[in-house]
Design a protein around this ligand. Structure first.
Ligand code: 5AD
Ligand code: SF4
Length: 560
């Protein structure tokens, strides 16, 4: 009787919740409700979304059945092993997850064996990325039965229930917009049930979450500025796994960068799936709104031109003004969102790095059209010409896909010739991997044989390396500013490595160097700026003679 009376207020509370909240996620032992995918969300109104988002943080109907209350969401010191796969965006997402779990009483462990919970931040971009994760899940399952295992991120969104069926050891599945719900999902899993939330949101940017950095000692940090992608390139699964584009309000980003500057961070990389289409349309920023559309003339989009709000130009201007000694980079952009004003700002601002990632994907018009990239080879090359006319020294990097649907040998040759013409300092090259749900998987035929894809992939890699070597050789005898990142290299414990403004890795011996500011001498540390003279080059790295320790401001003023 006593137990019944004690349970009564909880039960009443749960019933109230049942009336006031929409069900956001469920345990799979009842009606499997994994939330709704992108298609549904496109149709839903913003108002409904706001309601759903609120509902997500209110304990759901499923909890009332297991009598879980917010106190049950506390980790009570349980240890979590965080495992991150895929891109920088995933590293950044894991920092958000860590922040949320630490705030809920969880602790971190480096050891899989000692962990109570293992969380995998996953990637779906190519089949190979998912295969790695299936293998890891199998390994975890055969090693232990007692741990709670969670699959987070893109693969959770894409494969959903299949994960629970195929990898029987998985207890929690949480999509990229469901991390706030993790304490509850883990609590449900603690009762022996599976818990899943793959609901996508039109608004979630984790705006107010202070990420817990993976390496707090590092002098480089990543700051997430937007999520999702509206471009719908035909080959790409990202719009389906990460949902619609939305930008984090500028004030939160500026606060985070200020905090990092106070902590002594010397390099911030702004992150987003489509970073330069940043557009803060939050109500609080509306009074600052300046811009109309910011797409490069001639480039097409699948969506109606976006207007209003604060664009990437404003953000970049404000972020780079916070700390003139802090280098600013950004990734990954789309070529359509590089108005000349952004390029001019990069030239003016000493601390915005002279490196641009401008993914081409292909150098052939028919393939670009089939990919839905919204530009031709000529438009792309015009953009590169315009960029170089303002930033003659700029280091350009790109992404390319080998063997996309319908790619002929001639089309492949066009891509090789584009690579030679642009001469990138680095390229990511990938063999095409067909992904379910994408427009290419529904409308096009994956008709380039695997061995031809591999062959073309290798040819792309060879040609980009030739270009990178030529680019790097031009650096020989030049003076460059290097920001030191790491002490010791694979070959020499007494060496240090860092990067030029253009993002090229430079390696040299660590020796006491005089400071240009006060003449004092000491050995180098991460976060030091060093003036060097480049002495040698491979396609991947530069070697150099260090001259002096300096500051970004001093180096730049002498260059001008
Ligand atoms: N197959 C191969 N590469 C892909 N990318 C995206 N989707 C696919 C796919 N299905 C590449 C693109 C993109 C990068 C992040 O990954 O080059 O720019
Ligand atoms: Fe994928 Fe294209 Fe969006 Fe990049 S821009 S995430 S390739 S859809």
């Amino acid at each position: 009787m006593k137990a019944l009376l004690e349970a009564l207020p909880r039960r009443l509370c749960a019933l109230q919740r049942r009336c006031s909240s929409a069900k956001a996620a469920a345990t799979t032992s009842r009606i499997p409700n994994d939330g709704l995918g992108l298609d549904h969300f496109i149709a839903k109104s913003q108002a409904e979304q706001r309601h759903t988002r609120q509902a997500k943080i209110i304990p759901s109907l499923a909890d009332s059945e297991t009598y879980l209350s917010p106190e049950d969401y506390h980790g009570r010191g349980r240890k979590v092993k965080f495992m991150t796969y895929g891109c920088q965006m995933n590293v950044s997402d894991m920092e958000i997850v860590r922040s949320m779990l630490f705030a809920n009483g969880y602790a971190e462990t480096e050891s899989k064996a000692q962990a109570d919970v293992i969380l995998l931040m996953t990637c779906s971009i190519r089949e190979g990325a998912e295969e790695k994760i299936w293998k890891e899940l199998k390994k975890i399952r055969s090693a232990s039965k007692r741990q709670v295992v969670g699959v987070l991120g893109c693969m959770a969104e894409r494969v959903r229930h299949t994960i629970l069926e195929k990898a029987k050891k998985v207890d929690v599945v949480a999509g990229p917009d469901a991390y706030r719900d993790l304490p509850r999902l883990l609590a449900v899993a603690g009762t022996g049930r599976n818990a899943i939330n793959v609901q996508l949101s039109l608004e979630e940017t984790y705006a107010n979450v202070n990420p817990v950095r993976t390496d707090p000692e590092s002098k480089s940090a990543f700051v997430s500025i937007m999520r999702g992608c509206d471009n719908m390139c035909t080959y790409c699964v990202v719009p389906y796994t990460r949902g619609r584009e939305r930008s984090r309000p500028i004030s939160w980003i500026l606060d985070e960068v200020r905090r990092l500057s106070d902590e002594g961070v010397k390099q911030v990389t702004l992150l987003g799936q489509n970073v330069n289409s940043y557009r803060d349309q939050s109500e609080t920023s509306f009074h600052l709104a300046t811009s109309s559309t910011s797409t490069v003339p001639g480039f097409r989009t699948v969506y109606k031109p976006k207007t209003g709000g604060l664009t990437f130009l404003t953000l970049l201007d404000k972020v780079s003004s916070i700390d003139p000694e802090m280098r600013i980079r950004f990734t990954s952009p789309h070529p359509k969102d590089f108005p000349l004003e952004v390029i001019h700002l990069i030239r003016e601002r000493a601390n915005i790095c002279n490196q641009l990632h401008i993914p081409a994907q292909s150098g052939n018009d028919a393939v670009l059209e089939a990919m839905g990239r919204g530009y031709s080879r000529e438009l792309y090359l015009n953009l590169i010409r315009d960029v170089r006319s303002v930033l003659p020294d700029v280091a350009l990097t790109s992404d390319f896909i080998a063997g996309f649907c319908g790619e002929t040998e001639e089309a492949h040759q066009d891509t090789l010739s584009l690579m030679r013409e642009v001469q990138y300092s680095f390229c990511y090259v990938f063999p095409y991997s067909m992904r379910g749900k994408t427009r290419a998987s529904r409308r096009l035929v994956d008709d380039v044989p695997e061995e031809v894809k591999q062959q073309r992939h290798e040819e792309l890699a060879t040609v980009f390396r030739e270009g990178a070597l030529a680019f790097n050789q031009k650096e020989i005898n030049r003076e460059r500013l290097v920001l030191i990142e790491e002490m010791g290299t694979k070959r020499s414990a007494s060496a240090v490595s860092g990067r030029t403004d253009g993002g090229v890795k430079v390696i040299f011996e660590n020796e006491p160097l005089p400071s240009e500011v006060d003449g004092s001498e000491r050995a180098l540390l991460p976060g030091d700026y060093v003036r060097v003279k480049v002495t040698g080059a491979t396609s991947q790295t530069l070697s150099a003679l260090p001259i002096s320790r300096t500051t970004l401001g001093k180096y730049r003023s002498q260059k001008l």
